[in-house]
Design a protein around this ligand. Structure first.
Ligand code: ZN
Length: 213
């Protein structure tokens, strides 16, 4: 049998020595009473964009779903299995989260594959099929004549967040609570190189930088 990665063993030891010793009572309390996070976050699988790291979150604070390109698919009660929808159902109906955040990011490989219409990586073309959820975003936002490719990708990364926010509202349980003000929907964008965070202004549909201090 292959050895469990040393990096994970040493990482766990470091966690047990430092963080766990500081937060042991919190873990016990969460085990006893269950989790009650107020924030649900949909993020990308990208290893550079870890929500708990970016938002300095402790155990029990954020209910996180990660997938390629942080996409929320539309509500589809078609009898098939839908992972993001299952997480949303639990987050909204059971945990009763107060906020749902879609966190996009710069240099997203999924968005790049969509924009550049990359050839399938395998016969299943799972990335292609998944990213096709954003085809309407791409159709509605064509590349401007003099727009640099990097700027265009950034624009699509940000528009895709709006698309996911619109898709959230196709879930009856979310739209009802959002209209009553019981759950708030937010968009945010992480700039990997500078570690910058921008938050979506829903009125102007612009992303505004959050100062780091
Ligand atoms: Zn990504």
């Amino acid at each position: 049998m292959a050895a469990f990665p040393d990096r994970l063993i040493s990482g766990y030891r470091s966690f047990a020595r430092d963080r766990l010793s500081a937060e042991q009572s919190r873990y016990r309390e969460l085990a006893e009473h269950g989790q009650a996070p107020e924030i649900m976050l949909i993020g990308c699988c990208d290893s550079r964009v870890s929500p708990e790291v970016i938002f300095d979150a402790g155990p029990g604070e954020m209910f996180v779903v990660r997938n390629v390109a942080n996409i929320v698919p539309p509500y589809e009660p078609d009898g098939n299995a839908h992972g993001v929808s299952a997480a949303l159902e639990f987050g909204v109906q059971v945990l009763r989260v107060k906020h749902i955040v879609v966190l996009g990011h710069a240099q997203c490989g999924g968005i790049k594959a969509l924009v550049q219409d990359t050839a399938p990586l395998s016969p299943g073309d799972f990335i292609g099929r998944w990213m096709a959820l954003l085809a309407p975003t791409l159709d509605a936002n064509p590349r401007a004549p003099n727009e640099e490719l990097a700027d265009f990708i950034t624009r699509i990364e940000q528009r895709a967040i709006l698309r996911s926010l619109d898709n959230l509202m196709t879930f009856p349980c979310i739209s009802i609570l959002a209209e009553r003000g019981k759950v708030q929907l937010h968009g945010a964008y992480f700039g990997v190189a500078r570690g910058s965070l921008s938050v979506l202004d829903r009125k102007t549909e612009e992303f505004r930088r959050v100062s780091g201090d």
